[in-house]
Design a protein around this ligand. Sequence first.
Ligand code: GRF
Length: 213
Amino acid sequence: MDAHAAAYSSSARPVRIAVLASGAGSNFRVLLRHSLEDDLGGGQIVCLLSDKPLSGAALHAAATDLPYYAETHKAHGGRAGWEQAALQFLQSQRVDFIVLAGYMRLIGGTLLTPYEGRMINIHPSLLPAFPGLDAPAQALAARAAETGVTVHYVDAGLDTGEVIAQRVVAIHEFDTLESLTARIHSAEHELYPSVVSAICASKMGRKQDIKEQ
Ligand code: GRF
């Protein structure tokens, strides 16, 4: 058992979670609500990071007094500089585990190496179908009968990490992008807290530890 797994094994210590988000932040809000209600398998959302200072997610963190780091990549001369500053913030908050919730960028080595196997993402399709941007629109354009939601570990690729859980969402004949996106969001808001809870309840974050159970 490595140092991180050992830390998770202490029943007195919650799994300290950071959320990374660039957008409206509906998944962040749902996760934060579960955390505040002590309903995240012993996990606790301790901070938010965003590359969009005026995103809904960043504004919600500010409004709720959650510690947050919200600066543009440009302000740090690009991804590597941003991730270096983000890593310092994560370490200052003693973050064990990172949950991406609409963070619309690839993660570079500066964050991936220290958090490898301890970082998950949610994507609005049944991966490997429809990776990348605008997944609900891709599903509609492909005239797929169904799409869904995937929670997966983060690796260096675009939505390529190992799948943890999926939920199917039907596509109806008269679905618009708005109606389908709303149904996908509802599925995300159920699936993501349940997956984060299961990981935290296991008191371990690394995928090899989870598999060994
Ligand atoms: C979600 O659909 C998620 O799957 C994708 O980005 C969207 C974020 O939505 N990665 P929100 O900001 O949580 O409302």
